[in-house]
Design a protein around this ligand. Structure first.
Ligand SMILES: Cc1cc2nc3c(=O)[nH]c(=O)nc-3n(C[C@H](O)[C@H](O)[C@H](O)COP(=O)(O)OP(=O)(O)OC[C@H]3O[C@@H](n4cnc5c(N)ncnc54)[C@H](O)[C@@H]3O)c2cc1C
Ligand code: FES
Length: 276
């Protein structure tokens, strides 16, 4: 039997620059038969490069045929090396791991997606899933914020998303440099919540971004009557094993790698070291 820790070689098929520090990488497993089931939106893979370490990254596109996308911000050792990768290079991949977004529970309900910064990456496959299965979801609203217009990612997808039936995309930035034209909102993401059309009774909320942003989003929605079991957040914690073995990612008794990274707010309430 194969070890769950075994790395599988995957080749870089395409690289796309999203903004100054973020790129989307399309990876394809070398051995076609090695493509496993379970590439669900919200789950993550561990990517390893010899000599540079290993880290978790969310799936940002699910392409089938042994291919997936991940969108990575350059912050340190491994992500710095990934930033220099050329098409054709190999990385090691294990996973996918964790529990993703509740896309089945959200069926036949309205969906509110709230994302900040690179937090839109694990939510892109949710939007694409809804696009492919439009009849199974109600009204969809996406609120997305970044520091400046130049920090936004997936801007090439926005026009297509806007054409999805009964779908609203609202954008905001913290600030707009003088030279940049910007016709959307200015201000932090939670400010966009005041204009959403969805109602608490029949809506599933999916949010990912800086913890402090998610704190204000969750508190504002709970105050408006949204149910804590219908509000889901994706958490980021330092990970080593990804498989509930090392304890690095633990918050209270929860393993973010195994029990999350997606949790309903009701599962997290009262856990230590969370700003939620
Ligand atoms: C479940 C999960 C999913 C994730 N998905 C993604 C994803 O889709 N895309 C993505 O880009 N990242 C994602 N991350 C974060 C990613 O794992 C880290 O950015 C990565 O570990 C950094 O590795 P490194 O070796 O480049 O940085 P290191 O060399 O380990 O760190 C260098 C410096 O960067 C700082 N740093 C590390 N991580 C971050 C961070 N996230 N933000 C700001 N500073 C940081 C460190 O504190 C340190 O100062 C995810 C994390 C988790 C837990
Ligand atoms: S990363 Fe090892 S227990 Fe979660």
């Amino acid at each position: 039997m194969r070890s769950p820790f075994q790395l599988e070689p995957a080749r870089l098929i395409e690289v796309k620059r999203e903004n100054v520090d973020t790129k989307t990488y399309t990876l394809k497993y070398e051995e076609a038969g090695r493509f496993r089931e379970g590439f669900d939106p919200g789950r993550f893979v561990m990517i390893s490069i010899h000599g540079f370490g290993e880290a978790p990254f969310s799936l940002s596109g699910l392409l089938g045929e042994g291919m997936f996308e991940t969108t990575v911000r350059k912050v340190g050792n491994l992500t710095g090396r990934m930033d220099t990768m050329k098409v054709g290079e190999l990385v090691g991949v294990r996973g996918p791991y964790g529990r993703g977004w509740p896309i089945r529970e959200a069926e036949y309900k309205d969906v509110l997606i709230v994302a900040g910064g690179i937090g839109i990456a694990p939510l892109k496959p949710v939007i694409e899933h809804i696009e492919r299965n439009r009849e199974r979801y109600g009204h969809v609203e996406v609120l997305y914020g970044a520091k400046t217009p130049d920090n936004m990612i997936f801007i090439e997808q926005f026009d297509r998303w806007r054409k999805i039936k009964d779908f609203d995309l609202k954008l905001t930035v913290d600030s707009v440099p003088d030279r940049v034209a910007w016709k959307h909102s200015v201000g932090v993401v939670p400010l966009l919540l005041k204009d959403v059309k969805v109602q608490p009774e029949n809506t599933v909320v999916l949010t990912c971004g800086p913890e402090i942003m998610m704190h204000f989003v969750v508190q504002s929605l709970l105050a408006r009557g949204f149910d804590q079991e219908s509000v889901y957040v994706s958490l980021e914690r330092r990970m080593k094993c990804g498989l509930a073995q090392c304890g690095h990612c633990m918050i209270g008794m929860k393993y973010v790698c195994r029990d999350g990274p997606v949790f309903s707010y009701s599962e997290l309430k009262g856990l230590p070291d969370l700003t939620l």
